[in-house]
Design a binder for this molecule. Structure first.
Ligand code: HEC
Length: 147
């Protein structure tokens, strides 16, 4: 039976990969698609925290802590994903990114630092604090570098 085991993992993985790609099927440039997917992953973690804060899903310390850790992890990929000055009609990235790439990297590092500094999210007040801390760093970059 062990020969069938990989199939158990193959299905959820393909669903995870296919779902966001469908929503962006009109993005032609694979580099742009790739960086958008990184942002989507970060947003997914943010949504978990936000939904808990709003009471849409129950507070779960383990899940919240994992979501913040995932954001720190995914955030580390941002500079590399945006390094190439690539565009696409669907992209919301502003050309200013590549005129100020050092600043862009700093803003990306600020997000990673905020997400990493959160540590264990043990209760709802820690959750609120984490959201504020991380959310500010998303806005700081989007304000300057996203349409
Ligand atoms: C260092 C800059 C930077 C930081 C920090 C940042 N973003 Fe972004 N984000 C961008 C840029 C630039 C785009 C536009 C990319 C494009 O369209 O090519 C973007 C796009 C997005 C998108 C749209 C992706 C899509 O599918 O088109 C979402 C959602 C998003 N960001 C969420 C977040 C969240 C949530 C955070 C904070 C946890 C965050 N971002 C932090 C720069 C940043």
């Amino acid at each position: 039976m062990s020969v069938f085991k990989p199939a158990l993992f193959a299905l959820p993985l393909s669903v995870l990969i296919a779902a966001p790609a469908l929503a962006h099927s009109d993005v032609k440039n694979p580099v742009v698609m790739d960086r958008m997917m990184t942002m989507k992953a970060i947003q997914g973690s943010m949504k978990t925290l936000g939904d808990m804060a709003k009471g849409k899903i129950p507070f779960d310390a383990e899940k919240a802590t994992a979501a913040a850790a995932a954001m720190a992890h995914d955030g580390k990929k941002v500079p590399e994903k945006f390094r190439a000055n690539e565009t696409d009609p669907k992209s919301e990235a502003l050309p200013a990114i590549w005129d100020n790439f050092d600043d862009f990297v700093q803003k990306s590092e600020a997000m990673v630092a905020a997400a990493a500094s959160v540590g264990t999210i043990g209760d709802e007040s820690a959750l609120g604090a984490a959201l504020g801390k991380i959310g500010g760093t998303c806005k700081a970059c989007h304000r300057d570098y996203r349409e």
